[in-house]
Each structure stands twice: as structure tokens, then as C-alpha cells.
Design a protein around this ligand. Sequence first.
Ligand SMILES: Cc1cc2nc3c(=O)[nH]c(=O)nc-3n(C[C@H](O)[C@H](O)[C@H](O)COP(=O)(O)OP(=O)(O)OC[C@H]3O[C@@H](n4cnc5c(N)ncnc54)[C@H](O)[C@@H]3O)c2cc1C
Length: 391
Amino acid sequence: MIRTEHFLEDAEAWLRTALAQLRAEHPDTASHTPECRQTWNRMLCEAGLVALTWPREYGGRELPTATLIAFHELCARLRAPQPINSIAHAILAPTLLRFGTAEQKALFLPGIRDGSEIWCQGYSEPQTGSDLSSVRTRARPEAAGWRVDGRKIWTTQAHLATWCFALVRTDPASRAHRGLSFMLIDMRAEGVRVEPIRQMTGEADYNEVLFEAVAVPEGRILGEPGEGWRIAMAAAEYERGIYFMPRVVQLEDELDELEAALARAPLAPAERAVHARRVQDLADACQVIRWRVDRVLRQVAAGDTPGIDGAMLKLMWSETRQQVWEQRVELLGEAAVLGPQAGAPYAGAASVQREFLWSRAETIVAGTSEIQRNIVGERLLGLPKDRGQHA
Ligand SMILES: Cc1cc2nc3c(=O)[nH]c(=O)nc-3n(C[C@H](O)[C@H](O)[C@H](O)COP(=O)(O)OP(=O)(O)OC[C@H]3O[C@@H](n4cnc5c(N)ncnc54)[C@H](O)[C@@H]3O)c2cc1C
């Protein structure tokens, strides 16, 4: 039983026991697998740990944002995996609480709190990624609601999801971001098809999602029809704040591992000096990222949105993490190119390969590096505006 009045103390004790149990079932090297992340999601839900800041009327604990931040830092320090429903915890739940009607909150929040409903995010389309304002998926009004037709792509864990929050065009005459709506679509509805996409790590966590004459009842648009862009932009801000922090803690751990790998590597003195210099540069970058994340978290705890700081943090973190894993691969040498046998989980040297390959996606997901640079250039440096629309 985790008491709200002694929350962090009780949560830490619970986390240590629960993580030991999780690792017995899913060894460390497989902690990124969907099975492990599903089990972890269920354990967090059963312990009442996914609705920390929600109002009590929706089963929350009404804890302050600062406690939520401290809890996420604790999870990261203890190397907890990301729960499978983190998209719902990080993006959808706060958005529902802010923009949802009483009926929508009553319908959707319990399934997130108890882990029975898994969500995915349907924004990107084959011709629409950075420039989300060009979404083509159409929702046409019909007698009892809407009929949805279109194609989404790169939809993380759509194959496991029961619901999707999607950007759809409800006004056919509209252009750019006007006329988009934020729709909640049942993935079990007739006409929803999910096709897996295999990524270069060999895993298949992403999908193409086809909506073919999918009937969506009334009451499944968040806000008003046409307000989707504003809501999607607000939703993105939540993720850039609190939920980004565990990734920074993970990067700090990875830097420690890199330093240990350098100490172990059998290198000639001149070669060691070259690597040591690069590792020191990465350590400096990590320190700057830490200062920046602390600043972002102070803003979030004070009720502000991170804005440009969020863009800079995403940019620096993703690019530094890629360099950390490039260094690990270089130090490991040829052993790093030996992946796991077909079907086997990544383990040992091969897990370096997985993280190296996976880190390539991080300068793309949630806004590419070029888009983050545009944001910094336009909003911080006052450079002329990019003509494309972007998140
Ligand atoms: C691991 C992963 C998980 C993802 N999960 C999801 C998900 O769950 N749901 C979802 O909806 N999407 C998801 N995505 C998709 C992701 O949001 C898009 O890939 C991303 O927004 C980029 O869009 P794009 O791939 O269409 O590239 P494009 O927008 O076509 O960009 C191609 C290239 O052009 C550059 N570019 C584009 N516009 C500009 C500009 N204005 N100025 C300068 N350069 C520009 C980009 O930086 C990039 O290098 C995921 C992606 C990854 C990698």
C-alpha cells in the first residue's frame, strides 16, 4: 500500500521490490521488449501509480507536479522500463483532463488508470510528418457521428492499442491546420487495419494504420471540430516536460557505462587519449543537458510550458545520445556488428548494436532535429520564419 502522505518514501520501497520481481521475469537485456513493458504497466496500475496528479474524482491522488517529477526521476534512477501505455500517461491523460467533457473523462480515464486500454498516437501520414497541417485522413459527418477514411504511418504500438487519438480533417474545404480535429478512435472498430513495419533493429514496434469507412460515434472529438491543431500542440507540450526527464537520467547512466567501457578497452596510449577527449566532450554536453532539464522542470513545476527550452533539450539530448552510442560501437570494434541470432533477444555486445541502431530514430521521432533547429532559429534567434507549418 503506497500512502499518499508518505508518497516518495513508500514508492521507492515498492519500486525496489517490484523491479526485482520484474527482472526475474524479464532480464535486464530484454527490458525494452513490449512484453516487459506491458507487465510493468500492469504492475504500476495495480499499485495506483499512474494517476498521481489527477483529481480524486477520476481516481487520482492530486499530488503536486513536483512529486510527479521526483517519482519519474526515481523510476529512471532505478532503471525502470517505460510502461507500454506511456503515450496515454504522458500525452493523452493530461490532454483529456484539460480539454475533455465530463463524459469523455468518465469514459476514457478509468481504462488508462487500470491499464485495460492501451493508446496509440495517429498523427503522421505517408505524406505528412514534420508538416502535420497537411493531414489528409478525412472524417465525414454521418447520421450517428463520423465516417473516417485515411492512412496513418509510424504509429507506435498500434498493434497493441485498443484506442488511437488521431488528427483528422473534418472540414473538407479547410486548408493547413484549420479544419483538423482531435478524434478518439476505437482500434477494434470495423474497417481499422494495422500493418506492422519492421525497423532496422529487427523489431516491429511501428505500424501503418488504415481507416476504411470506420464509423466513429458522436462525442469522440476532443474540444470542438476544427480545434484539433491547438489541442495537438498543447498535448505535445506535456511530453516535452516531465516525461522527457527519465531519458536524460538514462543518458547519464549510458555515459557512465561509456566511461567504464573506455577504461576496459585495450588501447594504445595515443588512441586512448583520442577516445578520452571525445568522451570528455560528451560528458560536458551531458552536464549542459542536465542544467537545461532542471530549468525545464522548474518551469513545468511552476505551471509554465517549456517552449524553446523543450526544443533545445530534445535536440541536444537526441544528438548527444547518438554520439554516446557511436563511441560505444567504436570501442567495441567488430563485436558490435554481430547482432543477435534470428528471433533471439539482444544481449551482451549485441545490445550495444541495438541501442546504436535505435538511437538513429531519436533525431526523427517527436520532431526532427531540423524542425527543432527551425524553432530555435525563429523563436530564440529571430531568424526569418520557415514557410512550412510544423509542431
Ligand atoms: C521511433 C519513431 C516513432 C514514431 N511514432 C509515431 C507515432 O506513434 N505516431 C505518429 O503519428 N508518428 C510517429 N512517428 C513519426 C514521426 O513523428 C515523424 O517521422 C516525424 O515527425 C518526421 O516526419 P517524416 O518522417 O514524415 O519526415 P518529413 O517531415 O518528410 O521530413 C523529411 C526530412 O526533411 C526535413 N524537413 C522537413 N520539413 C522541414 C523544414 N520545414 N525545415 C527543415 N527541414 C525539414 C526533416 O527534418 C527530415 O530530415 C514516429 C517516428 C519514429 C522515428
